[in-house]
Design a binder for this molecule. Structure first.
Ligand SMILES: *Cc1c(COP(=O)(O)O)cnc(C)c1O
Length: 430
């Protein structure tokens, strides 16, 4: 495949945008080559400015569960645009989307919309601190919760790829309130509670981690985590910005029986428009301004165009109950195919699937936490990524990311991807 136009575009971008990209993971730093510049998408396909076509398993890093240019979502967005882009005043569509979410999630009585996952989590943490009157929070190594200061500690994917455990510019005074535990290791959580006589405001977790590769939490671990939080008066936050409407219609909460105190959402909730949300019981949410003293705001929060996209997408998801089974079947087929290709080439390989989310590691042991993930063979991944890209299969450009199936991903696309994986795996072992 030729990438001449993309290479030139990347050079131009580099002159005026740091690293040539507006989010670090897009820069292809962990893999070979430079990023294709995208011209357009269509269903399950992506087209770059050199005219190359790719089967898209990134889907804007999760949001596009109906693929690119879904006709109904597109129509609702255009209709909303014609009425005005933003008002900074209440609109009915916010209540409609909120009602859909509240009906879907037992753990949510009230929800507030923001413009990104980062903002959703940042606001949820502030609310948890405000409600409990405690400063300390607990997160897990390898889990990513957006780039706000308190949470930028040992945070997976982009940071794992770049080998930056935390970032300059984040005051140590802030991160000293962020305790770190090991994913799927309850003893490490107990130890944190013991070390914190002043108490912990909240424990935040991706119940299905998607930012250190796909690493689901064990059900028993989540149950014990719920108990520890309840016993210590800490709020349990499920960060479902990625897993929400992806692992199942109710995210991890459609799979696990464990109930969090607060939930953060993003990605699919905006269907490709900038939307995030955080929700909890009416009692917890009553602490939020203007009902309560915890301040949080946003000029473009609940933006009517973004809300229209989200509402149409959610209604489509709800009206198609068998969709997640179909997406899960395709994800499993793809991962089984990759596994057979790796086995045939003699490459150590492990996979996992949760609904429309899939993940794989070039690793000879199951991955349960961030250390396991870091032990993957990222050089082999880089070669695999390049080989797949050159043959028209667009996978996330880091071994610490999750892949996605969308409603527009066909069985033919899966078959073609598997066939390609056989070729590439055979090539990189010779
Ligand atoms: C993507 C993601 C975020 C951050 O969302 P942005 O919209 O990129 O700010 C937070 N938490 C999780 C689990 C995510 O996957």
């Amino acid at each position: 495949m030729a990438y001449d136009k993309s290479i030139a575009a990347f050079e131009e971008a580099y002159k005026v945008i740091p690293g040539g990209v507006d989010s670090p993971v897009r820069a292809f730093s962990g893999v070979e080559g430079t990023p294709p510049f995208i011209e357009r998408g269509e269903g399950g396909y992506l087209f770059d400015i050199d005219g190359n076509r790719y089967i898209d398993y990134v889907q804007s890093w999760g949001p596009l569960i109906f693929g690119h240019c879904d006709a109904e979502i597109e129509a609702s967005v255009i209709e909303a645009v014609k009425r005005g882009l933003s008002f900074g005043a209440p609109t009915i569509v916010e209540t409609e989307l909120a009602t859909e979410i509240v009906t879907l999630f037992d753990s949510i009585d009230k929800v507030r919309f923001v413009s990104s996952g980062t903002e959703a989590v940042m606001s949820a943490i502030r609310l948890a601190r405000g409600v409990t009157g405690r400063d300390n929070i607990l997160k897990f190594t390898g889990c990513y919760h957006g780039h706000s200061d308190s949470l930028l500690v040992q945070a997976g994917s982009g940071l794992a790829t770049f080998g930056t455990p935390s970032s300059p510019g984040v005051p140590a005074d802030l991160t000293r309130h962020t305790l770190l535990a090991t994913y799927n290791d309850i003893a490490s959580v107990s130890a944190c509670f013991e070390k914190s006589p002043e108490g912990i405001a909240c424990v935040i977790i991706e119940p299905i981690a998607g930012n250190m590769g796909l690493v689901p939490a064990d059900e028993a671990f989540l149950e014990e985590l719920r108990c520890l939080c309840t016993n210590h008066g800490a709020l349990l936050i499920f960060d479902e910005v990625m897993s929400g409407f992806r692992a199942s219609l109710k995210g991890a909460q459609g799979i696990s029986t464990v109930k969090p105190d607060m939930v953060t959402l993003g990605k699919v909730i905006g269907a490709g428009m900038p939307v995030g949300a955080f929700g909890a019981s009416a009692e917890i949410m009553a602490h939020l301004s203007p009902e309560g003293p915890v301040y949080q705001a946003g000029t473009l929060s609940g933006n009517p165009v973004a809300m229209a996209a989200g509402l149409t997408s959610l209604k489509k998801l709800k009206s198609n109950p068998s969709l997640y089974v179909a997406l899960g079947t395709k994800a499993k087929k793809l991962m089984d195919g990759f596994q057979h290709a790796a086995d045939a080439a003699g490459l150590p390989f492990v996979t996992d699937v949760r609904g429309s989310m899939f993940g794989f590691f070039f690793s000879d042991k199951p991955v349960k936490n961030f250390d396991d993930a870091l032990a993957n063979d990222s050089d082999t991944f880089a070669k695999f990524h390049k080989g797949m890209l050159d043959r028209g299969v667009y996978l996330a450009c880091s071994s610490y990311e999750t892949g996605f199936i969308c409603a527009a991903t066909t069985d033919e696309m899966i078959d073609e991807s598997i066939k390609t994986a056989y070729e590439v795996m055979a090539e990189i072992t010779t």
